[in-house]
Ligand binder design. Structure first.
Ligand code: PLP
Ligand code: TYF
Length: 399
């Protein structure tokens, strides 16, 4: 039956791990996938996660199905983390929320919901560039995917004027996807003032904002600061929807813990939206897995563990910031003629180096340093031990 099926290409990001595994170089470096590593290059299970997990295990809970929208203590706390205790719609009970299969699943539920119910044109605008999966998720949701200007190659920074101009030129009532913080892949975020102007432009066009928040806490080390854009939009009277992931900020990658929420106009509207989210989720996967949500819920709801966790998030963010500085310092010490300020200016898990696809291939083939072709490196994969060799490899390629 499948003789006509063509071979598909590997995932642009996850495919790198395959190439890395095949390399025999004893000091090979993997900066492909965005997953946090400790300073020894090892995956990091947060101590707060370990402790929460022990608590969950010792409760001897049953393994019954969760409801369609997941573990209620988890979704309640997730909404509070994102929208904040001062959020008016949260206090009024007008935010619909469901647990999801991590951030990707949240985006996919959002795509399905908008495709089915959004009253305007079913076109979503994503930034250029964006996380590669955005286009795939929304196309598979049968939305038309278009792009707006975001990154300026020449300044290696935000194309703020281009972005605002594109928002103003979108047809009235368009759907716009915004990275809430720590933009993937560029590490370039708008400033708070720029977010205010973006909010105004989105309002002027009567557009619908869809926030993707996969890195709350990872940008600044502070979960409240990183929620600025979302909270500002809500305060300004927008009714956004939101995809949340706990993969990065809790290191729960494989547990697939996330949430999808929509700010509605009233508790009554929320109830109707909730009912339709359930109808979308039911035939997709019926109901979500419980273990990771119980762990996240324990951390979010236990004040002592919560405080500990926030310290650990800050610790991860701080190590990444330190590695950015070390990489820049090492490149400068080698006598690199290029400017590397963007490495320390950018935030979040990634640095967008400005290296070309050709240079990235050389980096892999000649130096066994693996990262995506667009020049993105996962700073979380840099360690005190490999940063010297990494800088030398980049220096040899760029001069
Ligand atoms: N959105 C962005 C921008 C991401 O970088 C990621 C990857 O971590 C996700 C969403 C969702 O990831 P996950 O499905 O692992 O939560
Ligand atoms: O951009 C990254 O590296 C992370 C992880 O299909 C990821 O967001 C990458 C690709 C993918 C799923 C997750």
């Amino acid at each position: 039956a499948w003789s006509q099926i063509p071979q598909g290409p590997p995932d642009a990001i996850l495919g790198i791990t395959e190439a890395f595994k095949k390399d025999k170089h004893p000091q090979k470096i993997n900066l492909g996938v965005g997953a946090y590593r400790d300073d020894k290059g090892k995956p990091y299970v947060l101590p707060s996660v370990y402790q929460a997990e022990q608590q969950v295990i010792h409760q001897n809970l049953d393994k019954e199905y969760a409801g369609i929208t997941g573990v209620p203590e988890f979704t309640k706390a997730a909404a509070l983390l994102a929208y904040g205790p001062d959020s008016t719609p949260l206090k009024e009970g007008s935010i619909a929320i469901t647990q999801s299969i991590s951030g990707t699943g949240a985006l996919r539920i959002g795509g399905a919901f908008l495709q089915r119910f959004y009253p305007g044109a079913k076109t979503i605008y994503i930034p250029t560039p964006s996380w590669a999966n955005h286009k795939a998720v929304f196309s598979d949701s049968l939305l038309e995917v278009k792009q707006y200007r975001y990154y300026n190659k020449d300044t290696i920074g935000l194309d703020f004027d281009g972005m605002v101009a594109d928002i103003k030129n979108m047809p009235k009532g368009s759907i716009i996807l915004l990275h809430a913080c720590a933009h993937n892949p560029t590490g370039v975020d708008p400033t708070e003032d720029q977010w205010r102007a973006i909010s105004d432009a989105v309002k002027e066009g009567d557009h619908f904002p869809f926030f993707d928040m996969a890195y709350q806490g990872f940008a600044s080390g502070d979960t409240d600061k990183d929620a600025f854009a979302l909270r500002h939009f809500v305060k300004e009277g927008h009714f956004p929807c939101l995809a949340q992931s706990f993969a990065k900020n809790m290191g729960l990658y494989g547990e697939r813990v996330g949430a999808f929420s929509i700010v509605t106009a009233s508790p009554e509207e929320k109830a109707r939206v909730d009912s339709q989210i359930k109808i979308i989720v039911r035939p997709l996967y019926s109901n979500p897995p419980v273990h990771g949500a119980r762990v996240a819920s324990t951390i979010l709801n236990d004040p002592a563990l919560n405080k500990q966790w926030l310290g650990e998030v800050e610790g991860m963010a701080t190590r990444i910031i330190k590695m950015r500085a070390l990489l820049k310092e090492n490149l400068e010490k080698l006598g690199s003629k290029q400017k590397w300020n963007h490495i320390t200016d950018q935030i979040g898990m990634f640095a967008y180096t400005g290296l070309t696809a050709e240079q990235m291939s050389k980096l892999a083939e000649e130096h066994s340093v693996y990262a995506t072709k667009d020049g993105r490196i996962s700073v979380a994969g840099i360690t005190s031990d490999n940063v010297g060799r990494l800088a030398e490899s980049i220096y040899k390629i760029t001069g």
